[in-house]
Design a protein around this ligand. Structure first.
Ligand code: PLP
Length: 392
């Protein structure tokens, strides 16, 4: 079967895929259709936090599939409430709503902010977000996203989104007016190449939102669930958002998303929002198993420790290679800037050598591996990356 030709014939031309057909995975390794193994430093773009084929996740999914896959939200289901309880009890939020993806989670957060603005800030509806942010591909979330290249073909964009430079508190202050209802940020911008929010900035935005009666929304879709070495990224900053969103790793690879809010801003009422699939028993059983494994196997702690090791090794590599101009990272979320537009070539070369990497742009390689990764796997990845740099 030539799957590449079949994709070219039938699939919309939305993805520039790497030439590999993945069929199986175990731990931090995946296997292609020809039986070749790869060390997976991308983990489905920061999704497979337990790696591939984690026994308790597999058991939870298959057990739940045999019992009850879907019911709609017309009824109560146990896994949804088990997951809700776990997330609320371990976060700063009081209420949660489950959807099916990151974009859908952010859509919900934006809807909440608009209703809150209507009721609590004289009809304010504008959301300030950051340049080079990424919040999703639906119309509202791509409008919130601070990257012009993703919007062009779909203009005019929905109104109500203003963009300012990241890590620039004065820019947020300058953009705030009577129409503003919220500031929406990632604590670390993932898709644009792991750009880290500064402590004074994130804390300053929190204070500004308090002083101006604005909602502070954090998109923790990539930074949440242990990725940065704490359960949620905001914990590193000692601030609490009013609203935050999760997706990616939340169910270890089963599609899910969620937005969470403080009680006092939780304005959505009956019929304001909904989802047929959101929070269904299958996805939530996977979420519960993922959350429990994260805790039981101390994977948040591993993210911090092995993430620090990874950062050291990447910085050592920078010291040895003229190609590497910068290394950034927190926990198991890291990026390497290269001196030229060769990131795509490096990723392709690494793939041929059995290593899965991702480039967020022409100069930047990103690594967001499963949180189960260990130091020897990091050594292996950095060694193949080094070989790939000289070959590219
Ligand atoms: N927000 C952030 C910070 C993301 O990294 C992503 C995906 O990369 C999204 C939102 C969109 O999530 P999804 O692709 O599940 O819609």
């Amino acid at each position: 079967m030539n799957w590449v030709d079949i994709e070219a014939k039938y699939y919309m031309k939305t993805f520039a895929r790497l030439p590999v057909i993945l069929v199986e995975g175990e731990g931090v390794r995946v296997k292609d259709v020809d039986g070749k193994f790869y060390l997976d430093m991308v983990g489905g773009i920061a999704v497979n936090i337990l790696g591939h084929g984690h026994p308790s996740l597999v058991e939870a999914i298959s057990g739940q599939a045999a019992k009850l896959i879907h019911t709609s939200n017309l009824y109560y289901t146990v896994p949804q409430l088990e997951l809700a309880e776990r997330l609320i009890e371990s976060s700063c939020a009081d209420r949660i709503f489950f959807g099916n993806s990151g974009a859908e989670a952010n859509e919900g957060a934006i809807k909440l902010a608009r209703k809150w603005g209507k009721e609590r800030r004289d009809g304010a509806f504008e959301v300030i977000s950051a340049e080079y942010s990424f919040h999703g591909r639906t119309l509202a979330t791509v409008a919130a996203t601070g990257q012009a290249k993703m919007k062009g073909p779909f203009e005019p964009m929905p109104t109500g989104f203003v963009h300012v430079p990241f890590n620039d508190l004065d820019a947020i202050k300058g953009a705030t007016n009577g129409n503003t209802c919220a500031v929406m940020l990632e604590v670390i911008q993932g898709e644009s190449g792991v750009h880290i929010g500064e402590q004074e900035y994130i804390a300053g935005v929190r204070e500004w939102c308090d002083s101006q009666n604005l909602l502070f929304i954090l998109d923790e879709i990539q930074t949440g669930l242990g990725r940065t070495g704490t359960l949620f990224g905001y914990e590193r900053y000692g601030v609490e958002p009013d609203v935050f969103t999760l997706a990616k790793g939340l169910a270890g690879g089963v599609p899910i998303g969620a937005f969470l809010s403080k009680e006092e801003v939780s304005v959505l009422a009956a019929s304001d929002h909904g989802s047929t699939f959101g929070g269904n028993p299958l996805a939530c059983a996977a979420g519960v198993a993922t959350f429990d494994a994260l805790k039981n196997e101390k994977l948040v702690e591993n993210s911090a420790a092995t993430g620090a090791y990874l950062l050291d090794k990447l910085n050592d590599l920078k010291g040895r290679s003229d190609r590497v101009t910068a290394v950034r990272g927190v926990g198991l979320m890291a990026a390497v800037d290269l001196d030229d537009e060769v990131a795509g070539a490096v990723v392709s070369t690494a793939l041929s050598k059995g290593l899965i990497l991702n480039n967020t742009g022409p100069n930047t390689v990103r690594v967001v591996p499963p949180l189960i990764i260990n130091e020897s796997e990091v050594d292996e990845a950095v060694s193949i990356l080094e070989d790939s740099l000289s070959a590219a």
